[in-house]
Each structure stands twice: as structure tokens, then as C-alpha cells.
Design a protein around this ligand. Structure first.
Ligand code: ZN
Length: 236
């Protein structure tokens, strides 16, 4: 299995026979209030087949209108119950606890606590278990995720501005302490406030230092846009 970061929270997950995409967003501008701080990987232009698109929520930086329009008749699009904008693209509503079988992937929909209806996803394939948190604050539900699943790789949203709209650094550490994943991939790293001095200086070395201070054995994997991480089944 292969994880490829195409920018911000856009993750392409490929197994031997299947390919799914999380939270597509390919606009280099951002919006009036938020700017994009790193260029999108253009790899998305060559994607012609997907088995599904999974959205964590309907905020602008998680759903690319042009891309969803292109794929709305080609593959199922899933979005959390109560999200309205994705319905334009024939999305199917899902909720916490739902199980999806998409090609090689067995997916469990999990809780996420954000400003609008949001979900996270646990994905199992080829002997590994991956957690895509979606935009979420730290929550006690993460402990119950850790009781049900042994997470090999956690992709967590750590926003770069204050007040954090996601778990931020502190929540990230609590989440890592709950889940104890073997690898941690920080996502949501491309968006900063346009008119604010409140953008923090989260960097790889700083996140790494904080994780080391917690005595966790989790390894941080910093992906630049376009980078791939090859997932081989991890033996305990
Ligand atoms: Zn977001």
C-alpha cells in the first residue's frame, strides 16, 4: 500500500488493485481569509480512475469543486451526514460506525469534532491499519479508537495557526499518546491565515522534539506535496 500526499489534507491511498482519495483540494490560491503556503502536487491531473472519494467535511480546503465535478459520475463520493455542499456532487451520506468495503480497503467511519459535520476514517488493507483523522479537535473518542484498532499510521490534522481549528500541537500529543501509532504523518500543513500574525511556526524538528519529550516510539514522517510513503505490513 502507498500513501501519497497531494497537498494539505489530500491523500491518495493506493493498494495493489484499488485507489481512493481523501479530501481533494487543488486550488493554489486558498480563499479570501486563508492562503495556501505550498504549491499543490500536480499529480492529481493524471488520476483517471478512483474507487471512491472520501470527504471528512465540506470546508473549502477539503473539497475541490472542479475535481468533484469531474468524478461525480465516475466513482462514489462519501461525505458526513448533514453536509450539504457535497450533495451537489451526488455524495452519499455516512456516519460514525458505518463500514465501507471499497476494493481492497475495509473502512470504518469514526468520530471527529469540528465546526461542522465531520468524520474520520480507519482504513485497513494489505495487513496495515491507517487512521485519517479529518479536521478534529482532540477528543476522548480517540481513546476508544485505540481500544478497537492498532494503528500503524496516523495522519493527523495539525493546523499551523492559533487558535487551532484542529487538534493543534497539544491535542496532537494527546492523540499520539492514546493511539501510539508506529508512524505519524502531519497533514493540514498548507493553509495559513491571510491577515493574521497568529500563524505558528510548526516545523518538522519542533513536532519531532515534542514527540521525543513524550517518550513515544512513534516516528514522524514529514511528506512534502507529491511525496509517497510506502506502507509495508508492520510486525509487532
Ligand atoms: Zn481544514
Amino acid at each position: 500500500m502507498k500513501i501519497q500526499l497531494l497537498g494539505n489534507c489530500t491523500i491518495l491511498l493506493s493498494s495493489k488493485n484499488s485507489q481512493i482519495l481523501f479530501d481533494p483540494y487543488f486550488n493554489n490560491f486558498g480563499n479570501l481569509f486563508y492562503k495556501r503556503t505550498a504549491s499543490v502536487s500536480t499529480y492529481y491531473k493524471s488520476i483517471d480512475h478512483l474507487d471512491a472519494i472520501l470527504l471528512s467535511h465540506e470546508h473549502f480546503d477539503h473539497m475541490d469543486i472542479m475535481f468533484l465535478n469531474k468524478f461525480k459520475n465516475k466513482c462514489p463520493i462519501y461525505s458526513p451526514k448533514g453536509s450539504l455542499k457535497p450533495l451537489i456532487f451526488k455524495s452519499k451520506w455516512i456516519r460514525k460506525g458505518d463500514e465501507l468495503n471499497i476494493g481492497d480497503f475495509s473502512i470504518t467511519v469514526v468520530q471527529a469534532n469540528h465546526l461542522c459535520p465531520t468524520v474520520g476514517y480507519i482504513v485497513r488493507a494489505e495487513g496495515s491499519t491507517i487512521y485519517f483523522s479529518g479536521d478534529t479537535y482532540y477528543g476522548k473518542f480517540m481513546k476508544s479508537i485505540s481500544e478497537k484498532f492498532t494503528i500503524d499510521i496516523a495522519m493527523l490534522t495539525v493546523t499551523r495557526y492559533l487558535l487551532p481549528m484542529t487538534m493543534g500541537e497539544k491535542g496532537m500529543l494527546k492523540c499520539l499518546n492514546d493511539l501510539k501509532p508506529k508512524y505519524f504523518i502531519p497533514i493540514h500543513q498548507d493553509i495559513a491565515q491571510r491577515f493574521s500574525l497568529n500563524n505558528s511556526k510548526i516545523s518538522f524538528s519542533r513536532l519531532n522534539d515534542k514527540i521525543m519529550e513524550e517518550n513515544l516510539s512513534t516516528k514522524t514522517v514529514w511528506l512534502n506535496n507529491g511525496d509517497e510513503f510506502k506502507v509495508t505490513p508492520i510486525k509487532n
